[in-house]
Design a protein around this ligand. Structure first.
Ligand code: 5GP
Ligand code: MN
Length: 365
């Protein structure tokens, strides 16, 4: 069932030489052998998700955390910043350290770590304020990630942009380490959650038959699918629901360019008791409009002095390219993010002017 032959893996020797290619099975086995040997020698392991961690980032980190703990390692998950309320029931979530809240303790753990796993991102700057301490670390880095165009910071890069989610990759990684028998209901729950949230509950194009086979196995291993769906999607607070109302009132549609976007100012967030994760999924409402192929949401973050942006698209319109080119971001073909240092109003003006350059592409869809 698991085919590693098509997986892109980067082998790096002593940080001096590396290449990214589609490797024959035997070389991937070699990388797994090296990782197995690294793991057998390492006691202290740190696992890091990207800044603004989502269900896939937290789910994959916690799944790997439980797995490595079972194998007898001393493991710590350190997130650059806090994660959404709707994930604060995941098994082990209370053990996660938030770097920006406990800088000194986290720095020490990273300095002492022998292995650092970085999950669900492939550019070190996605680790936010943790970049410097990660760069200075002597640990062996292992990246597991499904975003396109990985950068070169890790000693072992397991990168596959055909995967639905990092959680699906962690399942395969555990399989490769002959660990499927060690998957507990807690691990199954964490992996199920990440695959579910990154595939929009198994409806995005990235969902394959293999995704469903993995999901089936996770249910067999104790993931309570209906309960997880309920805990993630049906736990809106009243203020979050009202914030969604404001977002939908602010929706702007450019029918001609098949584009829709939402803005939310800091004032609107404050008025509705905004908590981390409250705006998750809002961008999809724009994309669910008939005829719309490109959607965005612009959210003001006064404290950081930025506008955080999410992009979504249908078909071949690459929001990864769009975010990289104009908004200092990236992501996947149909789901990406970025940021702007301009005011909310000027970011909106910039966006409205740029989309005209994409007229032909947008109209061809
Ligand atoms: P979201 O819009 O849900 O925050 O993110 C969608 C996708 O884009 C995710 O895969 C996420 O990792 C990626 N992404 C979001 N924001 C950024 C960013 O600022 N930079 C990069 N490189 N990727 C981002
Ligand atoms: Mn992901």
């Amino acid at each position: 069932m698991i085919n590693f032959a098509l997986t892109k893996i980067k082998i790096q020797n002593l940080s001096k030489y590396y290449k990214i290619v589609s490797l024959p099975l035997i070389m991937i086995e070699q990388s797994i052998l090296e990782i197995t040997s690294d793991l057998s020698r390492a006691n202290k392991i740190v696992i890091v998700p990207h800044k603004g961690p989502d269900g896939d980032a937290i789910g994959s980190c916690l799944a790997l955390y439980h797995f490595l703990k079972e194998k007898g390692h001393s493991v710590q998950v350190i997130a650059p910043n806090d994660f959404p309320q709707f994930l604060k029931w995941l098994p082990g979530n209370e053990d996660i350290l938030i770097y920006e809240n406990k800088v000194e303790q986290c720095k020490k753990l990273i300095e002492e770590a022998e292995i650092v796993f970085t999950l669900d991102f492939n550019m070190l700057n996605r680790a936010g304020d943790m970049v410097d301490v990660l760069t200075a670390s002597n640990a062996s880095f292992i990246m597991i990630d499904h975003h396109p165009e990985p950068s070169d910071y890790a000693n072992h890069t397991y990168s596959d942009s055909t995967m639905s989610s990092t959680c699906q990759m962690v399942y395969k990684f555990i399989h490769k380490l002959h660990g499927l028998k060690l998957i507990t209901p807690e691990i199954a729950t964490c992996l199920y959650t990440g695959i579910m949230t990154d595939t929009g509950s198994f409806k995005y194009r990235s969902t394959t038959s293999e995704t469903h086979r993995v999901i089936a196995d996770l249910i067999d291993k104790g993931a309570d699918n209906a309960k997880i769906q309920n805990l993630i999607y049906d736990t809106f607070s009243e203020s979050r629901m009202r914030l969604l109302g404001v977002a939908l009132q602010n929706l702007k549609v450019n029918k001609e360019l098949k584009t829709a976007y939402i803005t939310l100012s800091q004032e609107e967030l404050d008025k509705n008791n905004f908590r981390k994760g409250d705006t998750e999924g809002f961008v999809n409402y724009g994309l669910s409009l008939e005829g719309v192929v490109f959607a965005a949401i612009f959210i003001e973050h006064k404290a950081e002095g930025i506008i955080k942006i999410s992009f979504r698209s249908k078909g071949t319109f690459s929001v990864n390219d769009f975010a990289r080119a104009h908004f200092n971001g990236g992501g996947h073909l149909n789901a990406a993010g970025g940021k702007s240092d301009l005011s909310l109003e000027n970011t909106e003006i910039k966006f409205n002017s740029i989309i005209h350059e994409y007229r032909e592409q947008l109209l061809s869809l």
